[in-house]
Ligand binder design. Structure first.
Ligand code: PLP
Length: 392
């Protein structure tokens, strides 16, 4: 027996365990401290009534002989494909139902998609980044090249024609930086990928936070994207499905003349047995008129938090990205502090917890992530504490 030795090449991630340890130690030493956590990337609001009703109805379906569902198609039910085709139309994108694959969330598919690509490919990944892209490639022994996302390029690096890459990761709006590409930026990536015969793995998990009409929700809004991009998206942040689990992946028929679509179908039908009928029914309810209205109310709740935090940083003159079309605010630590130094400073002096940027890559040092997924009152309270502490 031989193990996959590439697992030894993975960097240990101490980010969230170190945060937890530091907060626990501080709480133990200061039992009366009222700590506000703005570090989490998870949603906190419940599923909306339209989704809950659909879930209940689907449970009832499973209770009756006539409406019971056993195994479904691995790639998802037609009703959810149709609903997603309609959703993409609202962004001016035309898809065929057979280009959409329903998943149990974006994370699984972002990792699993690598099954259909050779291990000799060179992978281009921005730094800082959502760690899943790097780790899934390291596990398979692929060569990873990093592109620098920095304050100078607004954390939105553009392609460098002198760098050869086969697989390119783009996340927009980005986790952790909150930065989002406009059409011109994405067009540059699409042209680069088409010229290099590369594939873009486009993570649109936060597209529902986009408010600015100039920012594309889907990479397929860009001409030429269907010949070079696979898009991953999710109900997690859009509709609070982080614990319910549903997402989707689009593999256009125009990619390699349908070859990649066929390969992904084959991969899914071989290794995956589909998302539960009940969950897919809940997901489809997001696209009804009532469901859309309700999920936008919840998104509005988080967006209000983002606005409060953005206004706070504005008033303090602190540089940041995100906050407007994203639930994340990525700020430059004041007074030249490092990420962890600022973490300790905030914890000890304001009892506010965020996420040190250094945990997302070398370019993250000196930066700090706050999230808008918290409770509204607590976010307001945190904003007041930040103002008091940092305006000194
Ligand atoms: N992509 C990004 C950029 C994320 O931040 C996350 C979750 O935080 C995911 C994907 C995973 O989403 P899902 O819950 O659909 O697996």
């Amino acid at each position: 027996m031989q193990i996959n030795k590439h697992y030894d090449d993975l960097e240990q991630s101490y980010l969230f365990s170190t945060i937890a340890r530091k907060v626990n130690e501080y709480s133990a030493a200061h039992p009366d401290a009222d700590i506000i956590r703005l570090g989490i990337g998870d949603v906190t609001r419940p599923l909306v009534p339209a989704v809950i009703d659909a879930l209940h109805a689907a449970v009832e379906d499973q209770a009756k002989q006539e409406t019971f569902h056993g195994y479904g198609d691995e790639q998802g039910y037609g009703f959810l494909h149709e609903a997603l085709v309609g959703y993409y139309k609202t962004h001016g994108v035309t898809l065929d139902t057979n280009e959409i694959f329903i998943s149990d969330g974006a994370k699984s598919d972002l990792g699993n998609i690598l099954d259909i690509f050779g291990t000799d490919n060179t992978v281009l990944i921005p730094d800082p980044v959502y760690p899943v892209y790097v780790d899934t490639n390291v596990m398979a022994g692929r060569k990873v090249v990093f592109m620098d996302a920095t304050a100078e390029n607004g954390f939105l690096p553009l392609p460098d024609a002198s760098i050869k890459a086969d697989i390119i990761y783009i996340c927009s709006p980005n986790n952790p930086t909150g930065a989002a590409y406009d059409r011109a930026g994405l067009k540059a990536w699409v042209d680069y990928a088409n010229a290099q015969n590369a594939v873009i793995l486009y993570d649109a998990a936060y597209e529902c936070f986009i408010e600015d009409e100039n920012l594309p929700h889907s990479i397929y809004e860009i001409e030429g994207a269907k010949t070079c991009a696979i898009e991953f998206c999710s109900f997690s942040k859009m509709a609070g499905f982080t614990g319910t689990r549903c997402g989707w992946t689009v593999v256009p028929q125009a990619l390699l003349d349908g070859k990649l679509n066929k390969m992904w179908l084959r991969r899914q039908t071989t290794k995956f047995n589909g998302v539960p009928y009940i969950v897919q029914k809940g997901a489809a309810a997001c696209f009804t008129e009532e469901g859309m209205k309700q999920i936008h109310e919840t998104l509005g709740y988080y967006k209000q938090n983002a606005k409060v935090l953005a206004e706070t940083l504005d008033s303090l003159g602190i540089w940041y990205t995100g906050g407007k079309s994203s639930p994340y605010l990525w700020l430059k630590c004041p007074n030249g502090m490092g990420s962890w130094e600022f973490f300790d400073y905030l914890l000890e002096n304001a009892n506010v917890v965020g996420t040190p940027g250094a945990g997302f890559g070398k370019n993250g040092d000196g930066f700090f992530r706050l999230t808008a997924f918290g409770d509204q009152q607590r976010t307001l309270e945190a904003a007041e504490r930040l103002k008091k502490l940092l305006s000194k």
